[in-house]
Ligand binder design. Sequence first.
Ligand SMILES: Cc1ncc(COP(=O)(O)O)c(C=O)c1O
Length: 337
Amino acid sequence: MKLGDLPTPALVVDRPAFDHNVAAMAAVHPGERLRPHVKAFKSTALARELAEAGHRTFCCATTREVEGMAAAGLGHDLLLANEVLDPVRLGRLGDLARSGAARVTVAVDSPETVAAAAAAGVPQVLVDVNVGLPRCGCDPADAGRVADLARSSGMAVRGVMGYEGHLMREPAAAKAAAVEASMKVLLEAREATGGDIVSAGGTGTYDCNRWATEIQAGSYVLMDTEYLPHARAFRHALFLWTTVISVNPAGWAVVDAGLKALGMDHGDPTIVDVGQCWFVSDEHITFGTDAGSPLAVGDRVRVLPAHVDPTVAMHERMVVVDGEDVVDTWPVDLRGW
Ligand SMILES: Cc1ncc(COP(=O)(O)O)c(C=O)c1O
């Protein structure tokens, strides 16, 4: 099958760009120095590509991602890098760990999350520490107490995690020093918790975080327009393939994909080569057409998303192409909770 034959809208992975991204990251963080974050792509087929490239440990944001990865035989070492309280969902992770099908570690940051993990039979935890992003993560001064509580509740403490998400888009000149300061907080917390792991970082800090023992990047492998200026080593490996369904001679055209196919929280998508996005509605993108690129109804148009994670989560599959050839299909099989 050819790209031109695909029904639209379709979410498409550019295989050479994907391979470039995998190689560029592995050159800096080979093997288990990288714990890729599954949340960005939600696909066991894609995760298998990373495992084959040497990255066998993964971060997950949901219990569904952990369970799906284990069921796909990718359960070598799965970190639920997020706080979960639901006893039923956590209980399934406890069962998974007991069955030996996966090594499961869960992030905890409070007495409540420690109690939930212990009650579910989760065998090991990382203490999630606030390193500056106002989200999850305990006060660094409490990290030792959370670790002690986890140990006295019967769980092993593997170390700490601290996601410096607020620094991913800092100007390069200021970024390294800011990351160093936030990792200093995390290393001090690790003194109090014990354990070997210092898990942190992402696509925006993979090249300047020298303190984490493992980097949690995920977006790098597909990328989006909002992130690319902050991580220039990577390429756009994901696009939405659309069809022009209406052309107005006054200077605009419309394609057959809109809000229901694109994460919009990081802004408008980019229309490749043939125009500029005006606005996005439920099933449509309306864009101003370039005078030099006359468009006809039925023409195909590439659209680059501004935010990869929510875009992928709206699709059932990613179609993989090499140039004009369709070479694979990767189900987005880790959606839901
Ligand atoms: C806990 C955690 N770690 C790491 C990441 C890094 O992801 P990215 O590759 O998008 O920078 C995220 C992204 O939201 C995250 O929530």
